[in-house]
Write a protein that binds this ligand. Sequence first.
Ligand code: BEZ
Length: 201
Amino acid sequence: MSFDTTAANQQRHRFDADARVWLFGYGSLIFKADFVYISRRPASIRDWSRRFWQGSHDHRGTPDAPGRVVTLVPDPGAICHGMAYLITPEVFDHLDHREKNGYLRFMAPLTFEDGSGASSLVYIATKDNAAFLGPASDEDIARQIAGAVGPSGRNRDYLTDLATALHALGKSDPHVLAIVDALSTEPLAPIVPSSRKPEPP
Ligand code: BEZ
Protein backbone atom coordinates (compact mmCIF):
# COMPACT_ATOMS: atom_id res chain seq x y z
CA MET A 1 0.00 0.00 0.00
CA SER A 2 1.32 3.45 -0.82
CA PHE A 3 1.70 6.11 1.89
CA ASP A 4 -0.88 8.39 0.34
CA THR A 5 -4.39 7.10 1.05
CA THR A 6 -6.27 10.15 -0.28
CA ALA A 7 -7.47 8.54 -3.52
CA ALA A 8 -8.38 5.26 -1.82
CA ASN A 9 -10.48 7.09 0.78
CA GLN A 10 -12.39 9.04 -1.85
CA GLN A 11 -13.53 5.73 -3.36
CA ARG A 12 -14.59 4.16 -0.08
CA HIS A 13 -17.89 5.85 0.75
CA ARG A 14 -20.67 7.50 -1.23
CA PHE A 15 -22.72 10.16 0.54
CA ASP A 16 -25.97 11.89 -0.32
CA ALA A 17 -25.49 15.63 -0.85
CA ASP A 18 -27.47 16.45 2.29
CA ALA A 19 -25.95 13.70 4.41
CA ARG A 20 -24.84 14.19 8.01
CA VAL A 21 -22.12 11.83 9.22
CA TRP A 22 -20.67 11.10 12.66
CA LEU A 23 -16.88 11.06 12.63
CA PHE A 24 -15.19 9.39 15.61
CA GLY A 25 -11.89 10.99 16.64
CA TYR A 26 -9.47 9.29 19.01
CA GLY A 27 -6.20 11.12 18.32
CA SER A 28 -5.40 14.55 16.97
CA LEU A 29 -9.04 15.00 16.01
CA ILE A 30 -9.85 15.32 19.71
CA PHE A 31 -7.60 18.32 20.25
CA LYS A 32 -7.29 19.74 16.73
CA ALA A 33 -10.69 20.20 15.14
CA ASP A 34 -9.62 22.38 12.20
CA PHE A 35 -12.82 21.74 10.26
CA VAL A 36 -16.44 22.81 10.35
CA TYR A 37 -18.71 20.59 12.41
CA ILE A 38 -22.38 20.79 13.33
CA SER A 39 -21.97 19.45 16.84
CA ARG A 40 -19.63 17.30 18.85
CA ARG A 41 -20.14 14.83 21.67
CA PRO A 42 -17.82 12.65 23.76
CA ALA A 43 -18.19 9.06 22.62
CA SER A 44 -16.45 5.69 22.59
CA ILE A 45 -16.03 2.72 20.35
CA ARG A 46 -15.77 -0.88 21.48
CA ASP A 47 -13.26 -3.58 20.53
CA TRP A 48 -10.50 -1.14 19.57
CA SER A 49 -7.49 0.23 21.47
CA ARG A 50 -5.48 3.37 20.77
CA ARG A 51 -1.77 2.73 20.16
CA PHE A 52 1.24 4.86 19.19
CA TRP A 53 2.07 2.40 16.44
CA GLN A 54 1.79 4.55 13.31
CA GLY A 55 4.73 6.42 11.84
CA SER A 56 4.34 10.12 11.08
CA HIS A 57 6.49 11.30 8.19
CA ASP A 58 4.39 14.32 7.30
CA HIS A 59 3.07 15.90 10.52
CA ARG A 60 5.10 15.02 13.64
CA GLY A 61 8.23 13.71 11.98
CA THR A 62 10.02 13.51 8.66
CA PRO A 63 10.80 10.69 6.22
CA ASP A 64 14.29 10.46 7.75
CA ALA A 65 13.13 10.67 11.35
CA PRO A 66 9.46 9.65 11.58
CA GLY A 67 7.49 10.40 14.69
CA ARG A 68 4.84 8.16 16.21
CA VAL A 69 1.13 8.93 16.26
CA VAL A 70 -1.90 6.91 17.24
CA THR A 71 -3.92 4.41 15.32
CA LEU A 72 -6.50 1.87 16.48
CA VAL A 73 -5.78 -1.82 16.80
CA PRO A 74 -8.41 -4.56 17.19
CA ASP A 75 -8.82 -5.47 20.88
CA PRO A 76 -11.95 -7.49 21.71
CA GLY A 77 -13.79 -6.04 24.72
CA ALA A 78 -11.70 -2.84 24.89
CA ILE A 79 -13.31 0.61 24.94
CA CYS A 80 -11.60 3.56 23.24
CA HIS A 81 -12.81 6.98 24.37
CA GLY A 82 -12.75 9.99 22.08
CA MET A 83 -14.85 12.71 20.52
CA ALA A 84 -17.56 12.35 17.87
CA TYR A 85 -18.19 15.15 15.37
CA LEU A 86 -21.32 15.51 13.28
CA ILE A 87 -20.11 16.73 9.89
CA THR A 88 -21.16 17.10 6.29
CA PRO A 89 -19.40 14.92 3.70
CA GLU A 90 -17.33 17.70 2.10
CA VAL A 91 -15.29 17.83 5.31
CA PHE A 92 -13.74 14.53 4.23
CA ASP A 93 -11.88 16.34 1.41
CA HIS A 94 -9.89 18.17 4.07
CA LEU A 95 -9.56 15.21 6.44
CA ASP A 96 -8.57 12.72 3.73
CA HIS A 97 -5.70 15.06 2.87
CA ARG A 98 -4.75 15.75 6.48
CA GLU A 99 -4.72 12.07 7.42
CA LYS A 100 -3.32 10.73 4.17
CA ASN A 101 -0.27 9.00 5.60
CA GLY A 102 -1.72 5.49 5.75
CA TYR A 103 -5.14 6.11 7.29
CA LEU A 104 -8.28 4.65 5.71
CA ARG A 105 -11.86 5.41 6.64
CA PHE A 106 -13.84 2.58 8.24
CA MET A 107 -17.38 2.36 9.55
CA ALA A 108 -17.74 1.64 13.26
CA PRO A 109 -20.64 1.87 15.70
CA LEU A 110 -20.07 4.41 18.47
CA THR A 111 -21.70 4.95 21.84
CA PHE A 112 -22.38 8.38 23.32
CA GLU A 113 -22.04 9.07 27.04
CA ASP A 114 -25.81 8.73 27.54
CA GLY A 115 -25.71 5.18 26.17
CA SER A 116 -27.28 5.97 22.81
CA GLY A 117 -25.47 4.93 19.67
CA ALA A 118 -24.86 5.83 16.06
CA SER A 119 -22.85 4.58 13.15
CA SER A 120 -19.68 6.54 12.47
CA LEU A 121 -16.64 6.80 10.29
CA VAL A 122 -13.22 6.50 11.81
CA TYR A 123 -9.73 6.80 10.31
CA ILE A 124 -7.56 3.76 11.05
CA ALA A 125 -4.02 3.00 9.90
CA THR A 126 -3.97 -0.78 9.61
CA LYS A 127 -0.87 -2.89 10.00
CA ASP A 128 -0.47 -3.40 6.25
CA ASN A 129 0.15 0.30 5.54
CA ALA A 130 3.66 1.37 4.62
CA ALA A 131 4.00 3.81 7.55
CA PHE A 132 2.98 1.28 10.20
CA LEU A 133 5.67 0.86 12.87
CA GLY A 134 3.92 -1.54 15.25
CA PRO A 135 4.58 -2.22 18.90
CA ALA A 136 7.64 -1.19 20.87
CA SER A 137 8.38 -0.70 24.56
CA ASP A 138 7.00 2.42 26.24
CA GLU A 139 10.58 3.66 26.63
CA ASP A 140 11.43 3.17 22.96
CA ILE A 141 8.22 4.87 21.87
CA ALA A 142 8.95 7.78 24.24
CA ARG A 143 12.53 8.06 22.93
CA GLN A 144 11.32 8.20 19.33
CA ILE A 145 8.66 10.79 20.20
CA ALA A 146 11.17 12.90 22.17
CA GLY A 147 13.41 13.21 19.12
CA ALA A 148 10.80 13.78 16.42
CA VAL A 149 9.54 17.04 14.98
CA GLY A 150 7.69 17.73 11.73
CA PRO A 151 5.70 20.38 9.87
CA SER A 152 2.87 20.19 12.45
CA GLY A 153 5.23 20.57 15.39
CA ARG A 154 6.95 18.52 18.02
CA ASN A 155 5.87 14.93 18.43
CA ARG A 156 6.05 15.35 22.23
CA ASP A 157 3.43 18.13 21.99
CA TYR A 158 1.10 15.76 20.11
CA LEU A 159 1.47 13.29 22.99
CA THR A 160 0.86 15.83 25.74
CA ASP A 161 -2.00 17.50 23.84
CA LEU A 162 -3.66 14.09 23.50
CA ALA A 163 -3.18 13.22 27.18
CA THR A 164 -4.51 16.66 28.20
CA ALA A 165 -7.53 16.37 25.91
CA LEU A 166 -8.39 12.92 27.29
CA HIS A 167 -8.01 14.25 30.83
CA ALA A 168 -10.38 17.13 29.97
CA LEU A 169 -12.89 14.50 28.85
CA GLY A 170 -12.49 12.78 32.22
CA LYS A 171 -10.83 9.78 30.56
CA SER A 172 -7.44 8.21 30.83
CA ASP A 173 -5.72 5.76 28.55
CA PRO A 174 -3.06 3.58 30.24
CA HIS A 175 -1.01 3.30 27.03
CA VAL A 176 -0.92 7.08 26.57
CA LEU A 177 -0.10 7.71 30.24
CA ALA A 178 2.69 5.11 30.22
CA ILE A 179 4.37 6.92 27.34
CA VAL A 180 3.89 10.31 29.02
CA ASP A 181 5.60 8.83 32.11
CA ALA A 182 8.43 7.34 30.06
CA LEU A 183 8.92 10.60 28.20
CA SER A 184 9.17 12.62 31.40
CA THR A 185 12.48 10.85 32.06
CA GLU A 186 13.78 11.60 28.54
CA PRO A 187 16.01 14.65 28.10
CA LEU A 188 14.57 17.51 26.06
CA ALA A 189 15.69 17.45 22.43
CA PRO A 190 18.38 20.08 21.83
CA ILE A 191 17.25 23.31 20.15
CA VAL A 192 19.34 23.78 17.03
CA PRO A 193 19.75 27.45 16.07
CA SER A 194 19.00 28.18 12.41
CA SER A 195 22.10 30.32 12.09
CA ARG A 196 24.90 30.59 14.56
CA LYS A 197 25.86 34.05 15.65
CA PRO A 198 29.62 34.66 15.92
CA GLU A 199 30.97 34.30 19.45
CA PRO A 200 31.65 37.64 21.10
CA PRO A 201 35.38 38.32 21.35
C1 BEZ B 1 -8.32 10.71 15.03
O1 BEZ B 1 -8.06 11.53 15.88
O2 BEZ B 1 -9.39 10.11 15.02
C2 BEZ B 1 -7.37 10.43 13.96
C3 BEZ B 1 -6.11 10.07 14.27
C4 BEZ B 1 -5.22 9.81 13.26
C5 BEZ B 1 -5.61 9.92 11.95
C6 BEZ B 1 -6.89 10.27 11.65
C7 BEZ B 1 -7.78 10.53 12.66
